[in-house]
Design a protein around this ligand. Structure first.
Ligand SMILES: NC(=O)CC[C@H](N)C(=O)O
Length: 313
């Protein structure tokens, strides 16, 4: 990896933004959650949080968007801290599926009937069901306060419209959750678990928040500015490993070859990138490819990785 000159990185990020902005035209904004349809497919933004604390940003960085599947990394870290590895991996596996993120197929055919990993919807719903807290409100509050600490942004909340929109239309996620209840992967009230899951997906951030969260993972669980331990190193390590193997859904293998950065995407068009010991990256561009990853976002990350030698492999 090259030594990073902040002014050169700033200049190159602006060039890459310009180069990749038209790529969004090749994708489509997510429609299955109706509120996400309102996103503007020409938006593109990137923020980088270097571990020395510098901020490098370009594009539509003021746009706020929901975390969606990026939140799965956060709740995984929390569940590992709340219950420990043995308990988490009793309920979810460690293997990529090669299937779309909302597929029910392997859940039905695998024995035991538990989700293959915590980055697919079924796995993330199971992980959310493990979080400590006495009711849905307390669980949501715990997730929000963890995200605020990671991002160092006390203003972070969740988007009520996006939450409601998903809540009203999430029949597939409901099917996954009820299936898991039947097989005792999740316990308790299914609708309560789903309520927490929909709210975590609707947490609203901007690119800098995402870069800042990524930087904590890049810094082995420590706040890059203060050095405070926010999560144990082994928890950050497990999360980063899942980002490599499963973070970009069933495009994770191709992404590892072409980009080589641990990353997690969401259907809002956000991508969180983590370059170990170096930087956190937040990308936003809402037009998605057929696997649910941001078209312009993936290409921008590919160019950035090639120019700066960021691949971990
Ligand atoms: N891939 C995603 O970002 C999926 C998250 C979305 N809330 C869902 O459950 O369908």
């Amino acid at each position: 990896m090259e030594t990073i000159s902040v002014s050169r990185l700033q200049h190159e990020l602006e060039e890459l933004l310009h180069e990749h902005r038209p790529d969004g035209q090749e994708g489509q904004v997510a429609e299955y959650i109706p509120a996400l349809k309102q996103a503007n497919p020409t938006h593109l933004a990137a923020s980088i949080c270097l571990l020395a604390g510098e901020q490098v940003q370009a594009g539509d960085v003021d746009i706020r968007f929901t975390m969606q599947s990026m939140s799965k990394v956060i709740t995984l870290a929390m569940a590992l801290m709340d219950c420990g590895e043995a308990c988490v991996f009793e309920k979810v596996g460690m293997e990529p599926t090669g299937d779309p993120f909302n597929s029910i197929m392997k859940l039905e055919i695998m024995r035991p009937n538990k989700p293959l990993n915590p980055m697919i919807n079924a796995g993330a719903i199971a992980v959310t069901s493990l979080l400590h807290g006495s009711g849905t409100e307390e669980k949501v509050e715990r997730i929000l306060s963890f995200v605020r600490r990671l991002a160092r942004n006390p203003a972070i909340g969740f988007n009520e419209d996006v939450y409601r929109s998903e809540q009203e239309t999430a029949d597939l996620n409901r099917a996954l959750a009820y299936f898991m209840k039947q097989y005792e992967v999740i316990e308790g009230d299914v609708e309560d678990v789903l309520d927490v899951y929909f709210k975590q997906c609707a947490i609203e951030v901007n690119c800098w928040d995402v870069a800042r969260i990524g930087a904590v993972f890049a810094n082995r669980g420590r706040d890059p500015e203060t050095g405070e331990v926010i999560m144990p190193e082994h928890v950050a390590k497990i999360c980063k490993t899942f980002m490599v193997t499963c973070g970009m859904y069933n495009a994770s293998g191709e992404f590892a070859i072409r980009v080589g950065i641990p990353a997690k995407s969401g259907v809002s068009g956000g991508i969180m990138g983590v370059v170990p010991h170096c930087m956190g990256i937040g990308i936003y561009s809402p037009a998605l490819d057929e696997k649910g990853n941001s078209v312009a976002g993936v290409r921008l990350l590919q160019s950035l990785s090639a120019r700066w030698g960021l691949s971990i492999f």
